[in-house]
Design a protein around this ligand. Structure first.
Ligand code: FES
Length: 104
């Protein structure tokens, strides 16, 4: 059963960009792409840099450090889909974004 916790307002996230939120001491990157929203663990699979400072390119979050790309919908690495960042379910209502605490 989902346990939704407030994460951010939709207006806080520019199109094609991400922000960091912290839920239960876990850093999470929230991205906006084509007016939809996605959440991935904010730790790159390459050298563990935060990906929230990156940008979105064609449905992928791009790490700002060495440009590794992770699919927004499930966190899979573009060159090897078995390598994944954890992704989180979201609920958006009234311009507010909630993350399922059970996923974190
Ligand atoms: S730390 Fe993300 S691509 Fe290198």
């Amino acid at each position: 059963m989902p346990n939704w916790v407030f994460a951010a307002n939709t207006a806080d996230i520019p199109e094609h960009r991400g922000i960091e939120v912290v839920i239960q001491n876990q850093s999470i990157a929230l991205f906006r792409y084509k007016n939809d929203f996605y959440a991935l663990r904010n730790q790159c699979a390459h050298q563990h840099a935060p990906i929230s400072g990156g940008y979105v390119y064609e449905g992928y979050a791009v790490c700002p450090h060495h440009q590794w790309k992770f699919k927004l919908t499930d966190g899979s690495f573009i060159n090897n889909e078995t390598l994944k960042l954890p992704s989180y379910r979201l609920k958006i209502t009234g311009g507010r974004i909630y993350i399922d605490r059970e996923d974190v």
